[in-house]
Design a protein around this ligand. Sequence first.
Ligand code: NAD
Ligand code: ZN
Length: 364
Amino acid sequence: MIHKNFKNIDKVVFGRGSFDNMAGILAEKRNDPASSGTGFFLFVVDNYFAGKDLLKRIPAEANDIVKLIDVDPHEPTTEQIDALRDEVMNSKGIPAGVIGIGGGSIMDIAKAVSLMFTNEGSSTLYQGLNLIKNPGIYHLGVPTISGTGAEVSMTAVLTGPEKKLGLKCDWTVFNQVILDPELIASVPTDKWLYTGMDTYIHCIESENGTLNNAYSHAFAEQSLKLCREIYLGDKAGQTPENDDKLMVASMMGGLSLTYSEVGVCHALSYGLSKILHEKHCYANCLAFQHLEDYYGEGVRELKQMLVQHNVELPQGLSKNWSDEIITAMAQVAYNLPHMWNHAIGPDWKEKITLETIKDLYKRL
Ligand code: NAD
Ligand code: ZN
């Protein structure tokens, strides 16, 4: 038995208005003797905040770089990370640190680029577990939409020319995270639901598999309780109390899966993202609704949450997919043995074939 031994975030601040602690936190790091010595920071910020008040509250100094990034055209790519690293290195050298302000996409961009300032060549060389050779630079994450758990995870998921796979190692984990629930208040209802459902699915999948254990279970149990308070019943909805809860649920869901594993839904979701470029959380919802035979109770509950918030998922999508597309997605999903091993068991290859997975996609 291999026991998982993971690194946590070094420091976490939580609370409404805690964003404004950033200036003090960074002041200590700007001229930290352990840093590159250039004394400037790179801020990567979701373009959603262009022209918004939050942008003015970023404690950037004249020498810093604030980069607004549109995360909607595609999930973060290796090419995008390499280009950002090269551009900053060529103009001003290695920053004292990277600060990411945004959702899972921005969290992953901040984590990945912080590693690529100190590791030579393209980020495609490091997609996988423990391939990174040198520790990255200081990096701080500020989530503005909650659910993926990217703020707490040890991976920075990147889509490369060959694979969609994370830069995964201890050094990927943030040095500091600022959890300010005020920042997620502006998330539109559909995204609030899809991203929150990622947390919900993390917990259901973590709980239902061979790797679940008392440690992962405790996080999942609490996170599921919070999800039910946020999304079901009379107190459900986007309220300040629920935003506080969602930020915590996201972290705990992430911790749960870290010490257990995700399962069938995430395997299918990876195929949908890689081949059809569907976004992670939305792709999970598309797949999960059809997995009653794997996660019965969970599927029924998620559907109830969708109904309560008037969000409808499209049906009959697979009618428009060629056999070639379905096969390509099934190949991506099949090549995630750790997920099948957890969800089905060590003998999963006797139960799950490429054909089984193709049939699952045909349900969508
Ligand atoms: P995202 O970062 O892609 O953002 C989703 C949308 O929400 C965007 O349109 C964004 O502009 C908008 N948005 C963000 N904050 C907002 C706010 N406060 N108000 C209004 N709009 C806001 O969303 P995500 O779902 O958090 O992240 C998805 C990405 O995370 C994918 O690239 C996926 O691969 C990655 N991911 C990473 C991990 C990990 O462990 N590293 C885990 C799961 C997913
Ligand atoms: Zn997920």
